[in-house]
Ligand binder design. Structure first.
Ligand code: SF4
Length: 371
């Protein structure tokens, strides 16, 4: 196979890893550009739209994660790129202006450190020829501290997928990886090295949960996410809905009735809660889980919280502070900033029409506000 044929296969197999950029919009996760399946549109932390070159180095894995189409014994077409082949392909896209950065992952070939050596060699090749742009490297579960340090010295961002909240859930997913030593300890090490004052401060650190392949509840996922943000200082957490047919996992228990579309809705609800925590000031104990520990698939969590807390409303658009305004269903960050600007300029807001563009989402605010 030539390089382009291999890229077609390896970029297709990288589609389930959604941690493409530190600040990509939710709807960008699965969208690809028309120009080659390995080019992904993303939004960088400064808000600039750009394109990343996203691929695996190899899709032949020694591990057996049940949710994964690349697990050992799967019958997908196997291939690998050499680090030099990939470096050359990337630079040709970069020099022609079609991409500005690289997202590189791999199935585990031979051993975690042998795989890390190949991943790091690509980044080393690029840095040696003075490529100063964005490089996101996947840290392979079970990678040694030395391999992790080398990645951190070369990358703009790294991610090691946590996959699921807790050892008990992890047992449903893999018998060849050890949750504590292969995943949690390396994540803790990366956090220590990338935190403020650490040897690699400034390198972004993200992770991803696969949602629905184990019997985890949303409460468990959100609880783990809270700790990852607050205690380990991760920059972003991503959620990837398990899709029936992609791997060998059977959906457990009461969730077995969920369709693939339901699983994508579940993923969306987790992103909404992630947003409530990171941007809207919600605490873990304010998230409206249902009795079974899951989020409602039928309603937006911010709306669900508002319905459970009538004592909090109405919020006065002309008087209340930013924290209270952000709790109103239908009012997002942009609209709240607009309200605050109008107030600062001395304008009294008399109706939602004064805020400019009216749409279905903003109208959701009506039962919760006064002027
Ligand atoms: S380690 Fe697991 S998730 Fe990663 S490629 Fe191998 S089988 Fe898939």
């Amino acid at each position: 196979m030539d390089t382009l044929e291999k890229l077609k296969i390896l970029s297709r197999d990288s589609q389930y890893d959604l941690a493409c950029a530190c600040a990509t919009r939710e709807d960008e996760h699965r969208r690809r550009s028309q120009d080659g399946k390995w080019i992904y549109p993303v939004i960088l932390p400064n808000g600039a739209p750009t394109y990343l070159f996203k691929t695996l180095l190899s899709n032949e894995c020694i591990n057996n994660c049940k949710y994964c189409p690349l697990r050992a014994g799967s019958t997908n077409q196997h291939c690998s790129l050499s680090p030099e082949e990939l470096s050359k392909a990337f630079m040709s896209y970069y020099r022609s202006g079609r991409v500005s950065g690289l997202f590189l992952s791999s199935a585990v070939t031979q051993s975690p450190d042998a795989t890390m050596e190949r991943i790091n060699r690509v980044a080393l090749n690029l840095r040696r020829i003075q490529f100063k742009g964005y490089i996101h490297l996947k840290i392979i579960p079970g990678a040694s501290p030395a391999a992790i340090r080398q990645s951190l010295a070369l990358a703009s961002a790294v991610s090691l997928n946590i996959e699921t909240p807790g050892e008990n859930n992890f047992k449903y997913l893999s018998t060849t990886k050890n949750y504590l030593s292969d995943i949690i300890r390396p994540i803790e090490l990366i956090s220590a090295l990338t935190k403020k004052g650490g040897a690699y401060a400034g390198v972004k650190h993200t992770t991803q949960f696969v949602v629905g392949a184990a019997p985890e509840t949303d409460r468990q996922i959100v609880g783990y996410s809270w700790k990852l943000y607050k205690e380990l200082g991760l920059n972003r957490i991503y959620f990837s809905a398990y899709q029936r047919g992609a791997g060998a996992s059977e959906l457990p228990g009461e969730r077995s009735a969920l369709t693939n579309a339901d699983l994508l809705t579940r993923e969306h609800r987790l992103y909404q809660v992630d947003w409530l925590i990171r941007k809207y000031g919600f605490k873990l104990d304010e998230i409206p889980f249902e009795g079974n520990g899951n989020l409602s698939l039928a309603s937006d969590p911010k709306q669900a919280w508002a319905q459970m807390h009538p004592e909090f409303f109405p919020v006065n658009i002309n008087k209340d502070d930013k924290g209270r305004l952000l709790r109103v269903p239908g009012l997002g960050l942009v609209m709240v900033e607009r309200i605050l600007q109008l107030r600062q300029s001395g304008q009294r807001i008399r109706s939602l029409d004064d805020l400019g563009r009216m749409n279905k989402i903003i109208r959701q605010a009506l039962p919760y506000i006064t002027f």
